[in-house]
Design a protein around this ligand. Sequence first.
Ligand code: FE2
Ligand code: FE2
Length: 185
Amino acid sequence: MVDDNLHWILSFYRSSEISGALFFGELARTIRPSAIQQDMTRQFADEANHARYWTDCLAKLGKEPLKISAAYQNQYLAAAGMPTNLMEILAITQVFEKRVVSQYTLHSKSPDVPIEVKQTIADIMEDECWHIQWIREALKKMESDYGADNIKATLKHFTEADREVYRATTLEHQERLGELRLATR
Ligand SMILES: [Fe+2]
Ligand SMILES: [Fe+2]
């Protein structure tokens, strides 16, 4: 029921969720108490839970998670450069979260997806949509400090970096991805 490729893909998702939890956890620890810090805290708790959902999903499918060394997020920072302020951190997060939602949606619509995987994606997706929403609202509120045009340009810069990383990642793991539906941009 679960071939080696799906085993690897689900382990990759799990590992990315762990990296996300650590990334936002570290941020939440550094920034001062504020509405943003509260939402960031809720988000890193969500990402940690998503990793757990994938662990549970793999267990239901009779598999142990595989150790995945390279995290998608690290390549992001390499391609886009390190964010230098809170606005840039939220912008890169917004772009990343949209990619996550897009990939999970495409996965769910791919051929022969086990019901356990579909259910896990549906559970995760409820939280991911909230992540995009709170960050969008936080960025909107930052317009007076950073300028709407500047925020727009930052989002564009990170969107381009995201497309580059996604393209390179899917190319690198082409054989493993098999029939999995992928984004065209
Ligand atoms: Fe997540
Ligand atoms: Fe998320």
